[in-house]
Design a binder for this molecule. Structure first.
Ligand SMILES: Nc1ncnc2c1ncn2[C@@H]1O[C@H](COP(=O)(O)OP(=O)(O)OP(=O)(O)O)[C@@H](O)[C@H]1O
Length: 693
């Protein structure tokens, strides 16, 4: 900080003519301070108290003239201050613009020029308050002395003690003020970054980490504020001792002063000096220097050329942020950093609003570059299913009804499962549970034998939600986002062709074309998200209405692409009937009941499924989402998969418990078992798919 004081003195020294002009006009301004106490004293003693009203009025008129002269002086003072402050501003602007042009950082430049304005205003304020205190106290002390030196004896010691106390506390207080300011700015800038990137935070499952980081910053600001407040008490004490104690002393010692020749007028004049000049000037000094001084130091430190910028003082002082407009930010999408993918706590968010499990897919197992090996998963527990839910129960709150209750589900590698059910029944919740975005209250979920949540499981599944996440960057960056290694262009183009992104890829100008997410349609964003997931090494793909903005043929192409991924397993939260018909298995969710089967069988036995699929002209693509405006009532089209190999289902908890015994005996799966069911009747037992497809 001393460095800044020295620079400040050098700055003032180089402009001594302006400083002299400022002092001269301050003297004119101070004339009114002197007369503020002296004139009433003379008006009383020489005028009104001795019956000479004309003299009294004359002194008062002189005081009024002094106020006018003082006002003129003040206006000239402002000009002189401007002449002092503007060069500072010009110098700072030259400095930051030079840096901005050199570094080519426009955002930082705009932030810094804003700070230059703050520096200029703060500096002007400082010049005004310190100058005002200097000249006001000089005028008042000279006035007191001319009235009676005894008055000086009463007023000067506490004033000196107050100023001394203030000076002593100035540095520690400024340091704390600075720490607080930095903590406050840092918190504000981090909040700015986090708020703008909430989507990314959710996408990365980083709420806990970001929350903890922000919490630590809030705590650090609170600590800084407390420490500042403690030192602020001393500042108030200096004000009390220097400004208010003289008033009290003047009143208490009044009899003694009068007995020692001080006149009534002089006493009134002294009170006027203290109450109207010294106290306000001291107040301004204490508040102005204490607050603006440290603010100026902080801002100057930031604006100073790096070579001369001082290190923050004090052990608790955090490093200043890079700039307010370009703070050290969250990982930017263009240069993604691996993030912990698995949220640790219980249910926190709606999965359909979440983003794909990002880098976790590749990061968990970076060596697995061979797509054909993805499904074989050599590290997986022997014989493990692609997805296994055992007794999974989930509720959104401790007092809420479970959305999913005691669900068992086992999908072998290569399964293509469609999940259907009325709106709000829990399809996205199921996807969120498998994706590790939500944590079951009870039960266990495993992906390729690895527990969810867990890093190994995170590396083996990818969730594509309805809201496709596309960021500003090149198409290749967007598409390769879930891959730890660079994606060869040929592979990228092949994936785009398979999923149905090729047309957009060509239209945008190839993989290196910049993507403006706002300029894309929702369907185009979905195609990008789908291709990105397709390119990932995660063998289990969860499509949660991820194709709802595509037309039926584009949806079919994308789903078939995922279903055909070697070793890949596909779970589709179906948006249209076509998705259910295409899938090898369909899971019908109906509150606490679920029903698992093949499309044809479900049509036979599940009235809910029939309702969801609807009845209409053959070949149409009815929507499974009742709220979907595109939904058309239609019968399931031709070409249905007539796979009746296996159907098992379970009912509500009680029934299921009872049925397990039953089911264990009879759930070997197969047509015979299914044939025993009347249409629409639920088959009670454990939800399980045979390993063989
Ligand atoms: N974050 C949340 N907090 C509390 N309740 C939630 C939350 N997200 C979903 N729910 C509730 O959980 C139930 C299941 O929601 P979910 O989104 O899983 O249904 P869905 O079958 O996917 O519906 P849709 O087809 O409309 O997307 C609904 O009643 C929903 O209101």
């Amino acid at each position: 900080m001393t460095h800044h004081y020295r620079r400040g003195l050098r700055f003032l020294g180089a402009r001594w003519p302006v400083v002299v002009r400022l002092a001269a006009w301050s003297v004119v301004e101070t004339g009114q301070t002197f007369l503020m106490g002296y004139a009433p004293a003379r008006a009383l003693d020489d005028g009104f108290l001795v019956g000479r009203s004309d003299v009294g009025l004359g002194w008062l008129a002189l005081a009024a003239l002094a106020v006018l002269a003082g006002a003129y002086g003040t206006s000239r003072v402002y000009r002189a201050v401007a002449a002092l402050v503007e060069p500072l501003r010009d110098g700072l602007v030259r400095n930051v613009v030079g840096r901005g042009v050199r570094d080519g950082d426009g955002a930082a430049l705009s932030g810094l020029t804003q700070q230059v304005e703050i520096a200029r205003d703060t500096f002007a304020g400082l010049v005004m308050v310190s100058r005002s205190f200097l000249f006001t106290s000089a005028g008042a002390l000279v006035g007191l002395c001319s009235l009676d030196p005894l008055l000086l004896l009463v007023v000067a010691p506490p004033l000196a003690a107050g100023v001394a106390l203030f000076v002593v506390t100035l540095r520690p207080l400024a340091r704390r003020q600075r720490t607080f300011l930095l903590a406050d700015e840092e918190l504000a800038s981090r909040l700015g970054v986090v708020c703008a990137g909430l989507r990314d935070v959710t996408a990365a499952g980083a709420e806990d980490r970001v929350g903890a980081e922000l919490g630590a910053r809030v705590d650090s600001e609170t600590r800084a504020a407390r420490s500042l407040a403690r030192w602020g008490v001393l500042r108030v004490a200096s004000l009390t001792v220097g400004g208010q104690l003289p008033l009290v002393l003047l009143l208490v010692t009044a009899p003694w002063l009068l007995a020692h020749g001080v006149t009534t007028g002089a006493l009134v004049g002294a009170l006027s000096y203290v109450a109207q000049s010294l106290l306000p000037a001291l107040q301004n000094l204490v508040h102005g220097l204490g607050t603006s001084g440290s603010r100026l130091v902080v801002v100057l430190q930031r604006l100073a050329p790096p070579a001369v910028s001082a290190q923050p003082e004090g052990p608790a002082a955090p490093a200043p942020p890079a700039t307010p407009s370009a703070p050290a930010a969250l990982p930017r999408p263009r240069r993604p950093r691996p993030d912990p993918a698995e949220p640790a706590g219980p249910a926190r968010r709606h999965p359909s609003r979440a983003e794909p499990a990002r880098k976790d897919t590749g990061r968990a197992e970076p060596a697995r570059k061979d797509r054909s090996r993805a499904g074989s998963a050599p590290e997986d527990t022997n014989g493990a299913a692609a997805l296994h839910l055992a007794g999974v129960t989930f509720a959104y709150g401790p007092g809420s009804d479970p959305v999913i209750e005691n669900l068992d589900l086992r999908l072998p590698h290569g399964t293509h499962l469609a999940v259907v059910g009325p709106s709000g029944i829990g399809k996205s919740t199921l996807a969120g549970l498998v994706a590790g975005l939500l944590e079951p209250v009870r039960g266990e979920i495993r992906v390729h034998g690895h527990p969810v949540p867990g890093e190994a499981a995170a590396g083996r599944r990818v969730l594509i939600p309805q809201e496709a996440y596309v960021f500003t960057g090149t198409l290749a960056e967007n598409l390769g986002y879930l891959r730890p290694d660079p994606v060869p262009e040929a592979e990228l183009r092949a994936a785009a062709r398979t999923v149905g992104l090729d047309e957009l890829l060509d239209r945008l100008g190839g993989p290196s074309a910049e993507v403006d997410p706002a300029a894309l349609s929702a369907g185009e964003r979905q195609l990008i998200a789908l291709t990105r997931a397709y390119l990932s090494y995660a063998p289990l793909a969860l499509l949660d209405e991820a194709t709802c903005h595509l037309d039926p043929s584009a949806e079919e192409r994308a789903e078939r692409a995922f279903a055909a991924r070697p070793g890949g397993t596909l779970v589709v939260v179906a948006h249209r009937a076509g998705s259910a018909r295409r899938a090898g298995r369909v899971l019908v969710m109906d509150g606490r009941c679920v029903d698992l089967g093949v499309h044809e069988d479900l049509l036979d036995r599940s009235s809910l499924y029939r309702d969801l699929i609807g009845g209409g002209p053959a070949g149409s693509q009815p929507s499974l989402a009742p709220r979907d405006p595109d939904g058309v009532d239609a019968v399931a089209g031709p070409g249905l998969a007539r796979d009746r190999r296996h159907v098992v289902a379970h009912g509500p908890v009680g029934q299921m418990e009872a049925s397990r015994d039953l089911g264990d005996g009879g759930s070997g799966g197969g047509e015979g078992e299914h044939a025993q069911l009347a249409p629409g009747q639920r088959h009670l037992g454990r939800l399980e798919e045979p390993e063989a497809q």
